[in-house]
Design a protein around this ligand. Structure first.
Ligand code: ADP
Length: 801
């Protein structure tokens, strides 16, 4: 070990290896070989195997079964058999499975990250911080879509059996991009991972088993291109989703032509990275690092063509070279490695040959001086300058850590150069002048354009290309549409994805309606309900409580009698919780899902509490079940209730952005005390509001029982505040308060409330007693609540020619 004096002198990084013992143990346990996952089980070993290697060591990792036509046939048949039941499940049931997958990915996140790095060669920093979190994000996001498809795509059906064929650069992420939307929409899947990197897909198969996914819904057949070709051509397949090279994409297009199969292709790219002379050059240099040295440049949307404004080109290249000297190439499992290993020797050879071709065509090839590791398949970060726009390296996708530079003089020339390619996947534009950046964005022919940024991905935004980069989008609303069809597919027994719900949810992994507990012999321990303010339980300022009785007249307990001062404290706490409004929709969704999870875990207790207040056990269980479902649904909406883009004047786009009100008051009705509370508070929270809620006066315990759930669901203190007491008195205090932006008042006379709200002209919304059916899922109900939980800001942006 280096002495401290030595470390201070060199200021060098020490080794920071990530442990791989769990992955090693898993591989050792499968030393006989990995087989396919068909119909819910791993198959018996067959005849043919192929070897999978660790690119950083150039050593074998595992042997994996090579899928035959018969294997493909069995997998497609299993998917066909599973499809009617899977597609007929209510969206909420599919949402639970997808959510369970997301959770299991998170639970195994380090294992999956290490496995991905060992199999693919990518740095652990990337697999740990980018790939695996995005995988979980895709499943969570699509759990949401499973829930919402019925309302959002009326009349749509699942397509049927989807063949997913994926590449080796983001093995588990590409799996997620395809399996998550496919399952959400009610399809079943046969996936073929790439032959270099099948291991994380096989670990994923295990997760499918762990969460109890019905057999046949996901099937995984390993193998090379011949297995992929057999799968794409199989007559039992209704849709092919392919990510990979343009050549293979073209072959699949030909093979499926006229078959009626739905097809989406995400293919190669040679994406421009355009730097104008008014860009922040240091940021742009970091941008290049993320554009072309992310994942060793093995990225279809890599910014591999640097188009530099002539005046800054020399300075920019000097800065870039200085930065390249600092890039660390080496062991993917070292946490301070920037660039890992190239996936396979054949890819390394391709990179070398193309760079040599660039040199032959007059390019100046430069790479930093640091030596590469002795073992393994590595290639240094490389810059090629001095080339012509028509040279091979400026046109052909290298799929390695190699960037080429070209210069331009005017924005028009930059756009012409950017579009001088058969591809059109992505573009990155760097300028401090928003007008210029948007003008160029309008001119670039690419499916994704990043301004002053690069390689940004999210499950909520579509990803896919123009021109020879393919068609179809993955992610977001447009991605879901790829897995739906409006009519029954010819020759396919596709079920209806969105039809009437069957009476029971089969095979739900967790959180179903539990049995009610039997009567005990001891009296119950007395529980003290308090107010909930700023994430803490608080005694009421008044020092008084009021008695709560059930419908039979039996005393249920005492609840605090809140007053003006309690409301004032709650408003103050809500204002301090501004971070909740600033959190991403995804973060808010996670918290709401967590609340749903904890509601499910405590459903027996909540049911018993409602039953004790009066009414039948069945009805109480139904109310709790509905409350869980609704919380799930508003979690689904948290990252999807988008604004719109309005067509306004020419040369502009107008972004209609939804913003939360900020701090809202919500007064709940007496009926359905838990369900109404959840149905009102969750949409407000989902949209980023902080809430002061006055729960049902008749049954406040339905809300006060939730404090521990909020505490254990990562709800930030102050996002939800609960003040129990007299509805009308507290409603008036809320209406008069100047620091509350909007007030929902349900279950009483609105006139006095509206009059009292005139002070700061807060928005009010009332539903009269008996007008709302809290159990119904009427079309448009979600949207009505979400719309009233937001206000719109229109932002006008110059755009287009
Ligand atoms: P890459 O350039 O990323 O290696 P490929 O297009 O060669 O991409 O491979 C992407 C995926 O397509 C892999 O899973 C591969 O096995 C599969 N594949 C290769 N050839 C065919 C084919 N003719 N039909 C279907 N799939 C194929």
């Amino acid at each position: 070990m280096a002495a401290i004096g030595e470390i201070l002198r060199t200021m060098d990084y020490g080794p920071a290896p990530e442990a791989n013992d769990h992955v090693r143990a898993w591989l050792d346990a499968h030393s006989a070989g990995f087989t396919h996952f068909i119909d819910g089980d791993f198959t018996a070993p067959g005849e043919a195997w192929f070897e999978v290697s660790d690119p950083a060591q150039a050593t074998p990792l595992a042997r994996v079964a090579q899928g035959s036509d018969a294997d493909v046939d069995r997998a497609v048949s299993a998917a066909r058999r599973a499809h009617p039941a899977w597609s007929a499940l209510p969206g909420h049931a599919r949402a639970r499975y997808l959510y369970a997958i997301a959770r299991h990915v998170q639970k195994h996140e380090r294992f999956l990250a290490v496995l991905e790095s060992v199999d693919n060669g990518k740095p652990i920093r990337e697999s740990r911080d980018i790939d695996i979190p995005l995988v979980a994000r895709h499943f969570t996001h699509h759990a949401g879509w499973a829930e919402l498809i019925a309302g959002e795509f009326p009349g749509a059906r699942s397509v049927g059996v989807c063949a997913a064929i994926i590449p080796w650069n983001f093995p588990l992420l590409m799996l997620a991009w395809k399996i998550a939307p496919a399952l959400a929409a009610g399809n079943t899947v046969v996936l073929k991972p790439a032959e270099f990197t099948p291991l994380s897909a096989l670990a994923f198969a295990d997760i499918c088993r762990q969460i109890g996914l019905p057999p046949g819904v996901v099937n995984i057949v390993c193998g090379d291109g011949s297995t992929g070709a057999a799968l794409a051509a199989h007559p039992g397949v209704d849709k092919v989703a392919f990510t990979g090279s343009t050549e293979v994409g073209r072959a699949i297009r030909r093979a499926t032509a006229g078959s009626g199969k739905k097809l989406s292709l995400e293919l190669g790219g040679k994406s421009p990275f355009i730097v104008f002379d008014d860009a922040d050059l240091d940021s742009a240099v970091e941008g290049v690092v993320d554009a072309i040295w992310f994942n060793q440049g093995e990225v279809c949307c890599a910014g591999s063509r640097l188009l530099l404004h002539e005046g800054i080109a020399e300075r920019f290249i000097a800065k870039l070279k200085a930065r390249m000297e600092k890039l660390r190439v080496g062991d993917p499992l070292d946490k301070s490695t920037d660039i890992g290993a190239i996936v396979a020797p054949v890819q390394l050879t391709r990179i070398r040959e193309l760079v040599e071709q660039g040199r032959r065509e007059g390019g100046i090839v430069w790479c930093p001086a640091a030596p590469l590791p002795a073992a393994g398949w590595f290639y240094p970060p490389t810059l090629i300058t001095g080339i012509a726009p028509a040279s091979t390296v400026a046109e052909v996708e290298i799929f390695g850590p190699v960037a080429v530079t070209l210069t331009f003089r005017t924005p028009t020339e930059a756009v012409a150069l950017a579009n001088n390619t058969r591809y059109g996947l992505a573009a990155s534009i760097w300028s401090e002048n928003i007008n210029l950046a948007l003008d160029v964005a309008a001119g670039v022919k690419a499916g994704v354009v990043w301004l002053n940024a690069t390689n940004l991905f999210d499950a909520a935004a579509g990803f896919g290309g123009f021109k020879e980069s393919g068609f179809g989008r993955e992610g977001g609303r447009e991605g879901i549409a790829e897995y739906l069809t409006s009519a029954a597919h010819a020759g396919s027994p596709s079920g209806v994805a969105t039809g009437a719900a069957p009476s029971r949810l089969s095979g739900i992994p967790a959180g179903g309606v539990a049995e009610l507990p039997g009567d005990g012999t001891l009296p119950p321990i007395d529980r003290t309900a308090k107010l909930y303010i700023g994430g803490k339980q608080a005694r009421p300022d008044s020092g008084y409580s009021f008695t709560v009785t059930g419908t039979s007249g039996a005393v249920l307990g005492a609840a605090p009698l809140g007053n003006r001062k309690d409301i004032r404290n709650a408003v103050e706490a809500a204002h301090k919780a501004a971070n909740w409004s600033a959190a991403s929709g995804h973060n808010r969704a996670q918290v709401l899902y967590y609340i749903a999870e904890n509601l499910a875990a405590r459903s027996a207790e909540l049911t018993e509490r409602l039953r004790a207040a009066g009414g039948a056990a069945d009805a109480a269980a139904h109310e709790v079940h509905r409350a869980i479902e609704r919380t799930f649904r508003y979690a689904a909406w948290a990252d999807k209730f988008d604004g719109r883009i309005h067509s306004t004047k020419s040369r502009h786009v107008t972004l209609a952005l939804r913003e939360p009100w900020g701090v809202m008051g919500i007064v709940c009705p007496d009926e359905a005390p838990l369900l109404a509370f959840v149905s009102l508070v969750m949409p407000a929270l989902a949209m980023g509001n902080r809430v002061i809620a006055v729960p049902s006066q008749a049954m406040p315990f339905a809300a006060t029982d939730l404090y521990q759930i909020f505490d254990t669901s990562d709800v930030p203190g102050g996002a939800i505040n609960i003040v129990t007491g007299e509805r009308d008195a507290l409603g008036l205090v809320l209406a008069e308060h100047d620091d509350i932006a909007a007030l929902w008042y349900h279950g009483g006379a609105i006139g006095p409330i509206e009059a009292a709200s005139a002070g700061n002209l807060k928005a009010t919304w009332a539903v009269c007693p008996g007008d709302a059916d809290w159990y119904a899922d009427a079309p448009g109900t979600d949207a009505a609540h979400l719309e009233r939980a937001t206000q719109i800001k229109n932002v006008w942006i110059p755009y287009g020619a």
